[in-house]
Design a protein around this ligand. Structure first.
Ligand code: NDP
Length: 247
């Protein structure tokens, strides 16, 4: 199997973001061909693609779509599958937050976060599964959840619900696909230094983190790369926390 490894393709959603970019770089370094997804962050994803080309010699293909737009996702993934065959793996990393205490949370904040983070998982993973199964080469699905999806977080009922939902979905799909040697796991980051936490009260937050520092995107990426490795072939339906000891 290992001789196929360099040809195995993995889609990384939100590769224009802090964590997704680091995941794409880590998976490329691990020998995967990566397909980079983005929505608005063209310059950011181009920079990641250039870094990967510089180290691997191969320019990753870019795919642009809104993960919340089921039809657009379907069209883009159909083009990917028709043009290049099945994807061996997918990393569902694209996500947003729109925080507010529930009594003042606007319907749009609830809807947009659930549509992006939870529906996005279905929209992206569902079209990829049957081709993955038919290829009979196993596979990997990794979803980026959050500590908020495990423990909840004040002001993040929408975000926590979406991230808890991903865990339930991943555990279910893990059971469906286990016989096919396709593993489905979640990584649950704590507080990671990216644009997503820009403006957060970092000093105050550090008091909640036993390690007293923010995590780095590369530390999340390392967990994802492990779950995509041959060594993790018997791990499925799990949630791997990367949070400096928060729980
Ligand atoms: P960033 O804001 O840096 O990146 C978010 C990524 O998601 C971008 O690539 C963005 O694409 C993409 N994205 C957002 N909405 C959509 C959409 N509707 N369609 C397609 N792509 C979309 O955040 P992080 O890198 O920090 O976050 C990555 C993941 O990690 C998220 O799921 C987040 O919830 C999770 N996470 C982050 C934590 C943190 O502390 N940073 C903690 C726990 C979990 P583009 O910019 O191209 O539009």
């Amino acid at each position: 199997m290992s001789e196929h490894k360099s040809k195995r393709r993995v889609l990384v959603t939100g590769a224009s973001g802090g964590i997704g970019g680091a995941i794409a770089i880590a998976l490329s370094a691990a020998g995967f061909e990566v397909v980079l997804h983005y929505r608005n962050g063209r310059d950011a994803v181009e920079a990641i693609a250039a870094a990967i080309e510089g180290s691997s010699g191969e320019r990753p293909r870019l795919r642009c779509f809104d993960v919340a737009d089921r039809q657009a996702v379907g069209v883009a993934l159909a083009a990917e599958l028709e043009g290049h065959g099945h994807l061996w793996g997918v990393i569902c990393n694209a996500g947003i937050h729109a925080d507010a205490p529930l009594p003042v949370m606007k319907p749009e904040a609830w809807d947009s976060v659930l549509r992006t983070n939870l529906d996005g998982f279905y929209n992206v993973v569902q079209p990829l599964v049957m081709p993955m199964v038919r290829a009979r080469d196993g596979g990997r699905i990794v979803a980026i959840s959050s500590i908020a999806g495990i423990a909840g977080n004040r002001g993040q009922a929408n975000y926590a619900a979406s991230k808890a939902g991903i865990i339930g979905a991943a555990k279910s799909v893990a059971q469906e696909l286990a016989k096919r040697a396709i593993t489905v796991n979640c990584v649950a980051p704590g507080l990671i230094e990216t644009d997503m936490i820009a403006g957060a009260p970092v000093e105050k937050l550090l008091e909640m983190i036993p390690m007293r520092r923010l995590g780095q995107p590369q530390e999340v990426a390392a967990a994802v790369a492990f779950l995509c490795s041959e060594g993790a072939a018997y791990i499925t339906g799990q949630v791997l926390s990367v949070n400096g000891g928060m729980l």
